[in-house]
Design a protein around this ligand. Structure first.
Ligand code: BGC
Length: 764
């Protein structure tokens, strides 16, 4: 008998109704889980709530877990995370299934953030595609690969709305808009979870970080959040809800304090809102040591905070072992009820049931599938396509781009021939050696490598404070960071430039400068790269700035001195090939920003859907809302992105301008490709209501259409507007609309809009 069938027989004898129960819906699941729980001791139930890290892999928090295998054997572990490969997972699953008293399989989690082995652009980049089909397809590939590596459960999507680019984790999210963020959140969940969680190539999604983590004060990582209910409901909560509505099986608490109570101990958040209002039936896992960190928040010792977290609605404790070490005592002392333990245990077991693990704990563990499924040519092609679609052209003076294939290029910059940084900040399984660098991509695309003269030009940063931290956290090797003296590197770059027709400068951030624990107070290009850029611009040759970075940057000097700017984020495995295609015009860029790029840090938070104030800015009146030293507007607004061609968008024409009740209006926009290249425009629809019961955003995104057009061609795009698009949260948190005048704005970004107005009444 094969080992796998032995296990099945073993489980089948333990769980008699298994075969039938596994696919028999809610009642069957209830019956199965209740039957199992009757056999479980209190210790075993608590064990299911414990989620340690696995051994020997990347540690994603301040401390690794200890003695994990012993604990699995003793029934003290419900799941393990941060491990992958069938061999490593089989080892742990074998212990759970063969050596623990009740043979309950583990659930295996992993941070699969923008791909598993085939690495896609960072999520912020992917969001700039404004293409939920592509994003869903990317998540599908990630799920296929991760599941083939034995993973059941991925800690993604990260759906935290963020308006502060100092926060490094903006790289992991979809930007500042709740409406677009919700569409993307749902698409990612669909991609991961596929048709059925019992299919071998699906994984359970874990939506994170619940809630409001993106609003940490000052953009400083792990900081506190204080927010009015209206702001929360209107702008920050929708993407979490959308991801759960799309069927996400689990959700992760956030680290932050939220109006005086950290999320992990917040009963209102985890029970009243999540369970009662939203009807969520999956399980809640804490973030990494977020349970024990409640003590640092000031809520008491480990026993007190563990009890509080459980009672608030946290079901599983990631790494801190507060549940494992203290919940039994709390039950004995009457501080925690058996009902609380049972609730959490049931939800964790249900997740395993939904994932098909009771039927076959080895469902996803399959060496052959792992061998066959990773970085296939089709996946890599998709990674390249997503990367191309994610790039945002921010400037293109005198049609500097696309580059002519006959021109000689000086390719300069510390990120031009770099694999790790192009892969992005949140990659565990991806192999950086598989990443195509920009230099390789250009060499390949140019056909004749003598056309590309490379010089590194500078280090990523020489800021002593930052370098010292990077060395302390093992992100840079100890010792002097420079490969050569900086003047020498710049000289070499200038020599390359002297032989070239055009300079391509690849500058920005290393992967460790964005993502978790990577807040920055100055979000400009680091000084040593900036000096290099000044020297290159001073040559008088056109400079194309290719940005590799994980957040919006402040680029006022670059915007006024570089001939062209292409934002490429961290493009993933195929990043370099995709960049080369775009630079040479094989793909005409179509990405649109999903986060505003501030003019300076002093403007932050700067976001498109802000309020009007009582004194809206008027250049002729000092006593209006403004800075004396800088404009109010961001350098590049939300929704912005150019193309090698040009488009014109007509003003919206409305089929009716007076509506009542549930009627619908249709806004039509004619978009024309007025330039020389075929290209894609994303026509955006924003709605504003100048007079309402409460103050409203100046505009809110409510629709978009991507249109591909050959030169000289036009198309009409139609947006159907319904009363749902007019709704917002009122004082008592009712989601409803106020009758009145609405301004319908359409255009290629949130700033350059044209408008038409209509009057909508509730009744006759
Ligand atoms: C992060 C989460 C991540 C978890 C597990 C935490 O530090 O905040 O996003 O899923 O670690 O790696």
């Amino acid at each position: 008998m094969q080992p796998r069938s032995i296990v099945f027989v073993l489980l089948a004898s333990l769980f008699p109704f298994l075969g039938k129960a596994q696919s028999g819906g809610h009642a069957a699941m209830d019956q199965f889980v209740s039957g199992l729980m009757k056999k479980m001791t209190l210790d075993e139930k608590i064990g299911q709530l414990n989620l340690p890290t696995g051994g020997n892999f990347t540690i994603t928090g301040p401390q690794p877990s200890q003695d994990v295998e012993d604990k699995i054997r003793k029934g003290e572990v419900g799941g393990v995370f941060s491990i992958y490969t069938p061999e490593a997972i089989r080892k742990e699953q074998d212990i759970a299934v063969h050596e623990s008293r009740l043979h309950i399989p583990l659930i295996i989690g992993l941070d699969v953030i923008h791909g598993h082995k085939t690495i896609f652009p960072i999520p912020l980049g992917m969001s700039c595609t404004w293409d939920t089909t592509l994003i869903e397809d990317a998540a599908r590939i990630a799920a296929t690969e991760a599941s083939a590596d034995g993973v059941d459960w991925v800690f993604s999507p990260m759906v935290d709305i963020a308006r502060d680019p100092r926060w490094g984790r903006v790289a992991e999210g979809s930007g500042e808009d709740p409406w677009l963020g919700s569409l993307i959140a749902a698409a990612v969940v669909r991609g991961y979870q596929g048709k059925s969680l019992e299919d071998t190539n699906t994984v359970m999604a874990c939506v994170k970080h619940f809630a409001l983590y993106g609003a940490v004060e000052g953009g400083r990582e792990y900081n506190s959040v204080d927010m009015s209910p209206l702001k929360m409901y209107q702008y920050y909560l929708p993407p979490y809800h959308a991801a759960l509505e799309a069927g996400a099986g689990s959700i992760m608490t956030s680290f932050n304090d939220l109006d005086g109570l950290p999320s992990t101990a917040n009963h209102w958040l985890l029970t009243d809102l999540l369970r009662k209002q939203w009807g969520f039936r999956g399980f809640v896992v804490s973030d990494y040591t977020a349970v024990s960190e409640l003590s640092n928040h000031g809520l008491g010792d480990l026993q007190a905070v563990s009890a509080r977290a459980l009672k608030a609605g946290t079901d599983m404790d990631m790494v801190s072992e507060g549940f494992l070490k203290t919940l039994k005592k709390s039950v004995q002392e009457g501080k925690v009820s058996m009902a609380d333990i049972d609730r959490a245990c049931r939800l964790v077991l249900e997740a395993k049931y939904k994932l098909g693990l009771f039927k076959n704990p080895y469902l996803r563990i399959n060496e052959q599938r792992a061998h066959a499924s990773m970085t296939t040519p089709e996946s890599l092609e998709m990674a390249k396509k997503v990367a191309e679609h994610s790039f945002v052209l921010l400037k293109n003076e005198n049609q500097t781009l696309p580059l002519s294939r006959s021109s000689t290029i000086a390719l300069v910059g510390p990120l031009a021939d770099d694999q790790d940084d192009l892969q992005g900040a949140w990659v565990l399984a991806g192999d950086p050696k598989k990443v195509i660098t920009i230099r390789q991509g250009l060499d390949q695309a140019a056909g004749d490598s003598s056309r590309v003269i490379y010089a590194r030009g500078s280090d990523i940063t020489d800021d002593p404070f930052m370098v010292e931290k990077m060395i302390r956290y093992h992100l840079l090797p100890p010792g002097p960071p420079r490969q050569k003296d900086s003047a020498g590197m710049v000289r070499e770059a200038l020599q390359a430039a002297s032989k070239a027709d055009v300079i391509v400068a690849v500058l920005g951030e290393s992967e460790s400068m964005s993502g978790e624990a990577a807040s920055r107070s100055d979000i400009g290009i680091p000084a040593c790269q900036e000096s290099l850029l000044h020297a290159l611009v001073a040559t008088g040759k056109p400079v194309v700035l290719v940005l590799v970075n994980g957040r919006p940057l402040t680029l006022p000097w670059e915007e006024s001195h570089c001939a062209a700017i292409l934002e490429t984020w961290a493009g993933g495995t195929e990043g370099g090939a995709a960049i080369a295609d775009v630079l040479y015009g094989a793909y005409n860029p179509s990405g649109k920003l999903t986060m505003s790029f501030p003019l300076s840090v002093g403007q932050i938070p700067v976001y498109y859907n802000h309020k009007n104030t009582g004194r809206p800015f008027d250049p002729n009146n000092k006593y209006t809302s403004q800075y004396l030293d800088i404009p109010n507007d961001p350098l590049f607004p939300f929704g912005f992105g150019l193309s090698y061609t040009s488009f014109s968008c007509s003003a919206p024409s409305l089929d009716r301008t007076r509506l009542t009740g549930d009627q619908q209006a249709v806004a039509t926009v004619t978009v024309t490709n007025t330039g020389k290249y075929p290209g894609t425009e994303t026509v955006q629809l924003y709605i504003s209501q100048p007079t309402a019961t409460l103050t409203r955003s100046v505009e809110d995104l409510k629709g978009f259409r991507k249109v591909f057009l050959e030169p000289g061609k036009s198309a009409q795009v139609r947006f159907t507007i319904t009363p749902d698009d007019l709704k917002y949260y009122h004082m008592n948190l009712d989601y409803d609309w106020d009758p009145g005048t609405f301004i319908i704005r359409t255009g290629p970004n949130s700033r350059d809009v044209q408008s038409a107005s209509l009057v909508w009444k509730k009744g006759p």
